[in-house]
Write a protein that binds this ligand. Structure first.
Ligand code: HPA
Length: 253
């Protein structure tokens, strides 16, 4: 079953025919919202609103561990994370991007399931933070739906909720980050720790601070408009992704 974690602009999924909702309790507390089970394009799917249904939970307060644990516990086999981001380079507002790498600038978040409590030390491999076969399926779905999906890019995950200074974006650019967002970590690594295949589809909603039309400030009005249009594209992509989001035989996450 495909799990979809919806971010800003995707607190509901109109393409999901809902059959059941469940408040899942986990050893880490409650997820951001009840899990919504149903189908997308005739395929079983589960949806979770990362910031809560009313979009009330800020990025640094999201219970990422409870969210991923709940999806794993309810038999999700792959996770598609939808996230809005700022574009640092090669990512214009309105674009959909499928990043390949991550740089983590967050701090103070509960970022592992392996806290030593079980009396063992585990180091998850994170060389390729986004699951390669699932990225391929996303690209196939994009081709089938005729939607442009940019392959590649480096997601820089920041704490928020404030936006960045222009100098911070310059530094991230020097590091190689092409996108900036507030929720990509620890979500991606927690999925990896649970052996859950994971990809992110990023909707670029603004030029990052100091870039393009955000040279002097980031306009929230423009951002909201771009977000809405971008999420429409994501819904269309999902209809093509849901039927093919299965691991190839013998594939590890
Ligand atoms: N910075 C951080 N997170 C974001 C941005 C941004 O410019 N736009 C959307 N999410």
């Amino acid at each position: 079953m495909l799990a979809i974690i919806g971010g800003s602009g995707l607190t509901q999924l109109s393409t999901l025919a809902i059959t059941r909702r469940e408040v899942v309790r986990t050893p880490y507390g409650e997820p951001s919202a009840p899990l919504l089970f149903g189908s997308v394009a005739g395929q079983p799917a589960v949806f979770l609103a990362r910031h809560g249904h009313g979009h009330t939970i800020p990025p640094h307060r999201v219970n990422y561990r409870a969210n991923l644990w709940a999806l794993k516990a309810r038999e999700a086999k792959a996770v598609l994370a939808v996230a809005s981001v700022g574009g640092i380079r090669d990512a214009a507002p309105g674009a959909l991007v499928l990043p390949e790498q991550i740089i983590d600038y967050t701090s103070g978040r509960a970022s592992t399931f392996f806290d030593g409590e079980e009396g063992r030390v585990v180091h998850a491999d994170f060389t390729r933070p986004y699951t390669p076969w699932l990225r391929e399926r996303c690209l196939e779905a994009a081709r089938a739906s005729g939607l442009p999906l940019q392959a590649g890019g480096i997601y820089g995950a920041v704490n928020g909720p404030r936006l960045e200074s222009a100098a911070e974006i310059d530094r991230m650019d020097r590091d190689g980050a092409t996108l900036v967002g507030m929720t990509g970590m620890p979500e991606a690594v927690l999925a990896r720790e649970l052996d859950l295949p994971y990809v992110a589809i990023c909707v670029v909603v603004n030029h990052a601070a100091g870039r393009g039309d955000s040279a002097d400030a980031i306009s929230m009005e423009a951002l909201s408009r771009t977000l809405e249009a971008g999420m429409e594209k994501v819904r269309a992509l999902l209809d093509h992704l849901a039927p093919i989001a299965h691991a190839p035989a013998g594939e590890r996450p």
